[in-house]
Design a protein around this ligand. Structure first.
Ligand SMILES: [Zn+2]
Length: 58
């Protein structure tokens, strides 16, 4: 049986081919490259928070 499940990446809104399908921390389908881009962006913003916290401690 070849039943295809269609998944749409919520980051870019395009259909996710199964070979690029990844699920984020909420279980939503995303492209692996969209997810890594998002993780990278989040890492940059949390790094800003971290440096801010360091400054406050000092
Ligand atoms: Zn995408």
């Amino acid at each position: 049986m070849t039943r295809k499940l269609r998944a749409y990446c919520w980051i870019c809104g395009k259909e996710v081919p199964l070979e690029h399908c990844k699920t984020d921390e909420h279980g939503h389908a995303v492209h692996d490259y969209c997810y890594s881009t998002r993780v990278k962006l989040e890492g940059e913003s949390s790094r800003k928070h971290a440096s801010r916290a360091e400054r406050t401690q000092n």
